[in-house]
Structure formats: C-alpha cells, structure tokens
Design a protein around this ligand. Structure first.
Ligand code: URA
Length: 282
C-alpha cells in the first residue's frame, strides 16, 4: 500500500547496511536530497577555478545553525583545499599556531561529523614522535589520540622500551577528525590533513619518528609500498631545511590486536628504535 512504512525487518537490514558502509552518525533531522542539490548552479568559487576537477556537490548542513556566519560554500576535497591547507600550515610558526589553524580549518568534511578535533598528546619536546592514522570513537569522544584499546597497547609497548607518553613520546595522527565508522580516510582527506601533519613534524623536530600503520607510512613517506614491506627498515623524512629525521614504519597497534602473532615483528621494530635513540643521545 502506498505510503505504508517499510516492514520492520527491511528497516533493520537497511540500518545494518548503513553501519556496514560506515554511516554511523546522524547529522541532521531530515534527509538531504543530493539530486536536488546537484541540480543547483555551481558556486562562484568553484566556477572561477577552471583547473579544478568537476565541482563536488557543496556540503550544506541539514539544519544550519542560525549563529553560523554565512560562508561561501567550500568546494570540499578539491586540489585548492589542499593548497589552502598547505599555505595555512606554512604560516604557522609554533605548535600552538598550528593547533589553532587546524581547529579553525573548515576544508575537511570529516570535521562536520566528528565530535572533536583530535590534535596531539604528550610533550612536543619528547625525543620520539608517533604518527598514526585517524581518531577512532574513543579518541573522537575524548579529543585525544590513541586513548582506546589500541592506544593502551601502544603505551605498554613504548613503556617497555622506556618511553612514556608525555616526555618519552609525543603522539598524533595524519587525520584530525574521525572518519565515520572508522573507514579508511580517502586520499583527498589524507592529502588535506597531511599538509598540517608535515608542518607538525617540522615544528616538533623529533629525534625519531615512528609511523604506526600502513596509512600513516604511505602518506608521510609518499609511497605505494605496503606496511609489511616498509616496517622494520629505517628510512627518513626530510624537513624543509634539509634535516633528515630517522623514521621507523611499524605495524599499527589495532592490527596487532587482531593479529597477536605479529607483535613479535613490532617488538623488533621497537628494539631498533630503542637502539637508535640510545646512539643519538649517547
Ligand atoms: N588509531 C589511530 O591510528 N589513531 C588513534 O588515535 C586511535 C586509533
């Protein structure tokens, strides 16, 4: 019958499907008709950029806050947004400036579904900087990186080589906002946030850098090589002034929780970190 609600089982399986696809957040009271939005004329900013690819549908919150200042729609995930992020990051002279710039950045759609901006934890004067992938649900809720079960495993492993979160290691992620359903961040999202993360590494200037997991390793090292090939081998990240930061890609602690037999490999990576750090600080 027309107008009848779908059967309860159908709704349940639709919801299940949404969750499997990573749609685990409700961000408005009403559904958005994206076909109708797409039919609207492109925003002036996007039209003025002939080199930009086909303008994506501009994001519009379903229930705009009356307090929100009117803003030209940002053509999200366009190359221009990445350029904007780079320019913004380059202009940050301190870590506090960088944090403020990230908190004020509106170019990444993930920010609209995240509860918090997750910047970093620990002291930036620590000798080791760890870069992971993206906040999960716990990190999003608390606004701090690596506070869930995988973060606790990371802390225990680092403590085993004498490095406590705080003055032993400083920790951040490539992404500052949780991707819905913990899906892998898109390359556009990574490129945008990486502009800030690169500056973050420049400003922190750690003695050693650890890249936790394939996404962080591939993004920071700008390689298509998988983590299984990258891990355990020293490489380096070159800063703008030519300084090379010794860098160790390793397995992500979430992977270790799923595959405990791989902890042995991670342990070897951390022993290499311990040895290098002792050499550097001798
Ligand atoms: N996984 C990450 O890569 N980062 C976090 O902050 C939490 C889990």
């Amino acid at each position: 019958m027309e107008g009848a609600l779908p059967a309860r089982d159908d709704l349940a399986s639709l919801l299940k499907w949404y969750v499997e696809q990573g749609l685990d957040e409700t961000i408005g009271e009403e559904a958005i008709d994206r076909f109708a939005l797409a039919a609207q004329p492109a925003p002036a900013a996007a039209a003025a950029a002939p080199q930009a690819p086909a303008a994506p549908t501009p994001f519009r919150p379903a229930t705009p806050s009356p307090a929100a200042a009117p803003r030209a729609p940002v053509p999200l995930e366009s190359p221009q947004v990445v350029e904007d992020a780079r320019a913004l990051a380059a202009g940050c002279a301190t870590i506090a400036d960088l944090e403020a710039a990230i908190r004020g950045f509106e170019g990444c759609a993930l920010k609209r579904t995240a509860k918090n901006t997750v910047f970093a934890d620990g002291l930036p004067t620590a000798p080791v900087m760890v870069v992971g992938e993206a906040p999960g649900a716990d990190e999003d809720r608390l606004g701090k990186p690596f506070v869930g079960v995988s973060g606790q495993l990371m802390d225990r492993m680092m403590e085993a080589i004498g490095l406590a979160r705080g003055d032993g290691f400083y920790i951040t992620n490539i992404l500052f906002w949780r991707p819905p359903g913990n899906r892998t961040p898109t390359l556009a999202e990574q490129a945008m946030c990486l502009a800030f993360t690169r500056r973050h590494i420049e400003l922190v200037r750690p003695k050693l850098l650890i890249l936790a997991g394939g996404t962080a390793a591939k993004a920071v090292l700008d390689t298509a090589e998988g983590i299984m090939r990258l891990r355990g081998k020293w490489t380096s990240v070159r800063l703008d002034d030519g300084t090379e930061i010794p860098t160790m890609p390793t397995l992500h602690p979430a992977y270790l929780l799923r595959t405990p037999a791989s902890k042995r490999q991670s342990w070897l990576d951390l022993l290499a970190v311990d040895k290098k750090l002792k050499e550097l600080t001798a």
